[in-house]
Design a protein around this ligand. Structure first.
Ligand SMILES: Nc1ncnc2c1ncn2[C@@H]1O[C@H](COP(=O)(O)OP(=O)(O)OP(=O)(O)O)[C@@H](O)[C@H]1O
Ligand SMILES: C[C@H](O)[C@H](O)[C@@H](O)C(=O)CO
Ligand SMILES: [Mg+2]
Length: 493
């Protein structure tokens, strides 16, 4: 069989992609079968995902696969991280699925760390502190519901369960819970005790590549679906994206999985959970094939997504880049990883306030706001790459940018110029590709990551951005440092 189906659901969009392997030309071909939007909605002052809508979009996509004449395939599913579903002992959802940007966890880290220090948690888990990590979400979740929970599944685990009836916690996404112990590679007993949870409330930790089972016959009949064998893939979308990075060299490359978030990091054979890494807030999310994703969350294209949503104009991301290109470079700068940008009521107003508070003029047009975001992301990337090289004692010569952000030519060139690193942009659908690669390797058709990444490099246009000198870069850097310092001290320049 040569039909590999990836369901990849990000925070802003989902897609169902069919991959076919062509060993003669050493290529993997992708065909997008179904695309749908995704977003969280506010109900009674909380933010939730609509997992029933997402499940039906998966069904619609599989029906389209059948209509393409595919009666049998393998299937893997990945989504964003940290969010979870509580199941009762009948396998029914106890509560709607909270979206990680919900404000309920704002104070959770400080409250939890009165019971166990940040340094002890980081030494155990190596996971960056983000207020929305599952650890903090569970800490503030209604305790009665938690006690009723027979199983705690991550969102993609739940989607696998809905299709197969099989329970599992896939490892790469489970690591984003900030509950897994790096030494034991199991749930950390001290952290479960603090949450008053039992190990039995979680399923078996499962490696990517495992064959989980087939779609339930009743679902296949009810919806006229193809006969799919579900393969466990790296169900954290970033873990699949890293698999899909077309890296051809050893050691000197880093990646940005550029979508709603920008996940900037390297692939390591071992974790790096040093005190210095904790201070820099780098994370050690588990990767496929025993690797670790030593990376940092950067606010990412969420910022431009929100500006676009607020303008309510029918303007494409490509048009926003065109508007930004007309603006003066580096005129407006914001430190993207300031938590004020995590889920503001108005991103436009938040950016303008930040600029005014740091003695800058207010970016008063959409073009100026877009330019501010792209310039600021490039400078934040540069900061993170410098930190990364220092922490890992590894020089970064090539930066692979994958995901939707690979289409943003302005941001790719800005990143190359500001960070003075060669940027290789693409593939856009690296996540779905990585998902499919793990299915192909699991089927024995490819031998491992190195061979698969060579096939990726043969299959997709990878655009090269060589670093160009920026006039006045010293002044820009000096202003950037001043602005960050003033924002931190919350005093206008
Ligand atoms: N043609 C384009 N020009 C400029 N930017 C683009 C273009 N196409 C996509 N993008 C950028 O890519 C982003 C979406 O990236 P992507 O599709 O990887 O995200 P996702 O998979 O939906 O979400 P997640 O990051 O949660 O996985 C958009 O927000 C936009 O900023
Ligand atoms: C909430 C997580 O940090 C987020 O899902 C991140 O891992 C990501 O954007 C994956 O697409
Ligand atoms: Mg994505």
């Amino acid at each position: 069989m040569n039909n590999y189906i990836a369901v990849d659901i990000g925070a802003s969009s989902g897609r169902l992609v069919m991959g076919t392997l062509h060993k003669d030309s050493e290529q993997i071909q992708l065909q997008e079968i179904h695309r749908f939007s995704n977003s969280f909605t506010e109900k009674e002052e909380h933010d939730y995902w609509d997992v029933d809508y997402l499940f039906m979009e998966i069904v619609k996509g599989l029906q389209k696969v059948k209509k393409e004449g595919v009666d049998a395939c393998t299937l893997g599913m990945d989504t964003w991280a940290v969010d979870y579903v509580l199941l009762d002992d009948n396998g029914k959802r106890i509560h709607e699925v909270y979206a990680y940007r919900d404000k309920r966890t704002k104070e959770a880290p400080d409250k939890l760390h009165r019971k166990i220090s940040r340094s002890v948690v980081y030494s155990k888990t190596g996971i960056q502190e983000q207020p929305f990590n599952t650890l903090y979400q569970l800490y503030v979740h209604d305790s009665n519901q938690l006690q009723r929970a027979d199983k705690i599944m991550m969102v993609p685990d739940y989607l696998y369960y809905r299709l197969t009836g099989k329970l599992m916690n896939e490892m790469t996404n489970a690591s984003t819970m900030q509950l897994l112990n790096l030494d034991t590679r199991e749930f950390d007993e001290d952290l479960l005790e603090i949450l008053n949870l039992r190990r039995s409330q979680f399923a078996e930790l499962t490696e990517p590549g495992v064959k989980l089972g087939r779609i339930l016959p009743e679902l296949q009949r009810e919806y006229d679906l193809p006969d799919c064998e579900l393969i466990v893939v790296p169900t954290h979308d970033t873990a699949s994206a890293v698999v899909g990075v077309p890296a051809q060299t050893h050691g000197s490359w880093a990646y940005i999985s550029s979508g709603t978030w920008s996940l900037l990091g390297v692939e390591r054979p071992s974790p790096l959970n040093t005190p210095e890494a904790m201070i820099a807030n780098y994370t050690n999310e588990w990767g496929a094939y025993g690797t670790y994703r030593f990376l940092k969350n950067i606010m990412g294209l969420w910022m431009i997504q929100e500006v676009r949503r607020e303008t309510q104009e029918d303007i494409s991301f490509a048009e926003l880049v065109e508007l930004a290109l007309r603006e003066e470079p580096f005129r407006y700068l914001v430190y993207c990883n300031d938590n004020r940008f995590l889920n503001p009521s108005s991103m436009i107003q938040e950016i303008r306030n930040y600029c005014l508070e740091t003695g800058q003029p207010s970016p008063d047009t959409i073009g100026k706001l877009a330019r501010c975001i792209f310039d600021s992301l490039a400078l934040t990337y540069k900061d993170s790459i410098q930190e990364l090289q220092k922490l890992t004692d590894q020089s970064i010569e090539t930066l692979h940018i994958v995901g939707g952000g690979a289409n943003n030519e302005l941001l790719c060139q800005l990143t190359a110029d500001v960070a003075q690193v060669e940027v290789l942009a693409g593939p856009t659908e690296a996540t779905a590709l990585g998902n499919i690669i793990v299915q192909i390797i699991g089927s024995g058709q490819l031998h491992g990551l190195e061979e698969a990444r060579r096939f990726v490099g043969n299959s997709f246009h990878i655009k090269k951005y060589k670093p160009q000198p920026i006039q006045g870069m010293d002044d820009i850097t000096s202003r950037w440092e001043q602005i960050k310092a003033k924002a931190k001290a919350n005093q206008p320049i």
